[in-house]
Design a protein around this ligand. Structure first.
Ligand SMILES: NC(=O)c1ccc[n+]([C@@H]2O[C@H](COP(=O)([O-])OP(=O)(O)OC[C@H]3O[C@@H](n4cnc5c(N)ncnc54)[C@H](OP(=O)(O)O)[C@@H]3O)[C@@H](O)[C@H]2O)c1
Length: 304
């Protein structure tokens, strides 16, 4: 365990307006830390500025801008945005790693995914494997890769389908059990490790949620939580899901990557490395997620 080299240095938070970044920024601000929040839209960063943060807008593929963003920072939260294509992911992870190296940031918590030990054929997760490698190549950087489970929030994308078709479906097998985590738990964990800066060298930490669940089990909990006991899960063919993803605005290359990820989960290629333990288990249950997040969003989207 190392102790923080700079007692009151500056933190840079990428994706600060996102699910995990917003939790981290709020927490570090609450602890009185100097925080620079990053994103593309100054309006979405304003609420952190109101609490004392400094806002910095840049695109994550822009090395020169990222260099400025990291200037003077001693620690950073690093994340890649939802994948549009493998080429975009590579460009973003290269830019982030280069800027981290050139600006001399000492500590980084990097949002990765469970299954990132597998180099290829896992869709967006393969891009996170590559991002881990690029950060591991930076000598002197202390980096903690958080290999987070499948986000419970991914299920929010099915709300329109539940309202429109009366069912919940995607390409995952109904019976395959996978770890699912609330993004709040990822944010809380990352924030605490960033506050303590108690990691050194190159480390990974799997975060596997409260328990493993199949889509059949998750759907049953959603059914109870929204008061629709007849709601059932349906596995759709890959080509149909790919088409729906592009209709939702995901570029074709991105949609193909998500199909590759679903296949990797269905065939057992995308799995955690570690058995479940107190260290990789996080508190929020799927029941709590449905009660606190899913049900509210489901009600809000009624009639849309
Ligand atoms: N979904 C899963 O199951 C899962 C599992 C494990 C790991 N992950 C990882 O988690 C990531 C998402 O994390 P999250 O949910 O916390 O984020 P999120 O809610 O999807 O938010 C993305 C953040 O990135 C910013 N952003 C997007 N594009 C950008 C760009 N080109 N340049 C600069 N900033 C940009 C967004 O702000 P602006 O739009 O304002 O710029 C926003 O703050 C995924 O990309 C993946 O790497 C996902």
């Amino acid at each position: 365990m190392t102790s923080p080299v700079v007692a009151n240095g500056k933190y840079v938070i990428l994706g600060a307006s996102g699910n995990t970044g917003s939790i981290i920024a709020d927490y570090l601000l609450l602890k009185g830390k100097k925080v620079r929040v990053m994103g593309r839209d100054v309006g979405r960063l304003q609420r952190f500025v109101d609490k004392g943060a400094e806002a910095f807008t840049a695109d994550l593929s822009d090395v020169a801008a990222l260099n400025k963003a990291f200037n003077g920072a001693h620690a950073a939260y690093l994340m890649l945005p939802p994948a549009k294509s493998r080429e975009d992911q590579e460009q973003e992870s290269t830019a982030i790693a280069q800027a981290v190296k050139e600006s001399g940031v000492g500590y980084a918590v990097h949002l990765s995914s469970y299954g990132a030990q597998v180099p290829e054929s896992t869709g967006p997760v393969a891009g996170l494997h590559s991002s881990e490698q690029k950060l591991n190549a930076i000598s002197g950087l202390n980096v903690l890769h958080l290999r987070a489970a499948y986000f419970m929030e991914n299920n929010l994308k099915a709300i329109g389908m539940i309202h429109g078709m009366g069912l919940l479906g995607n390409a995952l097998r109904p019976d395959v059990k996978l770890p699912m985590i609330a993004t709040r738990d990822v944010g809380d964990y990352a924030a605490e490790r960033l506050l303590r800066l108690d990691f050194s060298g190159k480390q990974t930490r799997e975060l596997l949620g409260e328990r493993d669940l199949s889509m059949t089990e998750a759907t049953a909990m959603i059914a109870r939580g929204i008061g629709n006991p007849d709601l059932e899960y349906k596995q759709f063919p890959y080509d149909q899901v790919e088409q729906v993803l592009t209709e939702m605005g995901i570029p074709p290359k991105g949609a193909a990557m998500y199909i590759e990820m679903y296949k990797a989960i269905n065939t057992g290629v995308l799995i955690p490395l570690e058995p479940r333990s107190p260290e990789n288990t996080t508190p929020t249950s799927f029941e709590n997620f449905v009660q606190d997040v899913f049900a509210a969003e489901y009600q809000q989207n009624k009639g849309h």
